[in-house]
Design a protein around this ligand. Structure first.
Ligand SMILES: O=C(O)CCC(=O)C(=O)O
Length: 312
């Protein structure tokens, strides 16, 4: 197998599938070893060139228009008060639904390798780092409750443009998925918490956070426990990132993702996941309601009520 980059280099593992692996939707043994080694050591791996960049251009165009709508809303919620909006990708009309984005078989294989059999897929959302940002988020983990010291949830981030420090790629802290709530501030009333200054400062001395360069068409595959932060997008263009969330079958999460009813999306997802080891957990909503909630920052109706328990 290709070597893992040395730990002190503080750089994420990249797994590049061959054309044959893309065609079969299965990684070969060498790439499985590399992927699992990277995930268990670092908590994040880049799956390189697994989505057609032209598909992401089309979604990006939609998101740019969608951002204009969002910005016209009053009392717009910004994640951690930074210039970061929750904006879900379009699942409809069908010209925006690309199988290599939403039903990517290599992604599903990676999910099964890391989380074990019969994983569930229960989150579809996205983050928009607005242009010319000046306020960053605190370093945080999305696993905002006491969790097992084992992989239980992953997030697949798909940037719709090339992403790097120049346009606000997400800051990530390799290996921090091994920490738990001891590193987090006490939870606030809305379930918010972040990594304490003490832990952040200590970690900075050895392996600080950094902003990876992720080519359009690649997937940043991240253990949910990993410390990360949305940082300023200093460019003039929106940096948009899709987020798909998957849970181990034994983690009793309550989240579901919303899909517009009577549009064929539900059926397409059921068929596209069948026999690929991933069970989608969806709630069908009337299309207008789906549209209204697509950019909600709580992802699903049940999540808010269950911050104390197994929320994902
Ligand atoms: O948009 C990003 O780069 C990350 C955002 C994030 O981590 C959050 O909003 O919790």
């Amino acid at each position: 197998m290709p070597e893992l980059p040395a730990k002190h280099l503080n750089t994420p593992v990249e797994v590049t599938p061959s054309p044959e692996e893309i065609a079969t939707g299965h990684f070969n043994d060498a790439n499985i070893k590399l992927f699992l080694s990277g995930m268990h050591r670092d908590g994040v791996v880049i799956l390189k060139d697994v989505v057609n960049p032209a598909h992401l251009d089309i979604i990006n165009e939609f998101m740019e228009e969608d951002t204009k709508n969002e910005l016209s809303k009053e009392n717009l919620y910004q994640n951690f008060g930074a210039e970061n909006l929750q904006q879900g990708p379009p699942l409809t009309p069908s010209k925006y639904f690309f199988d290599d984005v939403f039903l990517n078989r290599l992604l599903f294989h990676a999910v099964n390798l890391y989380l074990g059999p019969n994983a569930t897929w229960n989150m579809v959302t996205g983050n928009n780092a607005l242009p010319n940002g000046v306020k960053r988020q605190p370093v945080h983990s999305d696993a905002m409750c006491n969790h097992p010291p084992a992989p239980f949830y992953v997030v697949a981030n798909v940037y719709t443009t090339d992403a790097s420090a120049a346009n606000g790629s997400t800051e990530i802290w390799l290996g921090t998925h091994h920490y738990n709530t001891e590193a987090q501030t006490p939870m606030g009333p809305k379930g918010e918490t972040h990594i304490t200054d003490e832990y952040v400062e200590e970690r900075k001395k050895t392996l600080p956070g950094f902003q990876p360069t992720v080519k359009k068409g690649s997937i940043l595959f991240r253990d949910m426990r990993l410390w990360h932060a949305g940082v300023c997008n200093k460019s003039d263009a929106t940096r948009y990132m899709i987020a798909l969330g998957f849970s181990a079958s034994w983690w009793h999460g309550t989240a579901r993702f919303r899909v517009p009813a009577d549009t064929g999306v539900y059926e397409r997802i059921v068929h596209g996941t069948k026999n690929h080891g991933v069970t989608p957990l969806m709630v069908e909503l009337p299309p207008e309601e789906y549209e209204r909630l697509r950019n909600a920052h709580d992802f699903s109706d049940v999540e808010k009520m269950t911050y104390e328990g197994e929320i994902f």
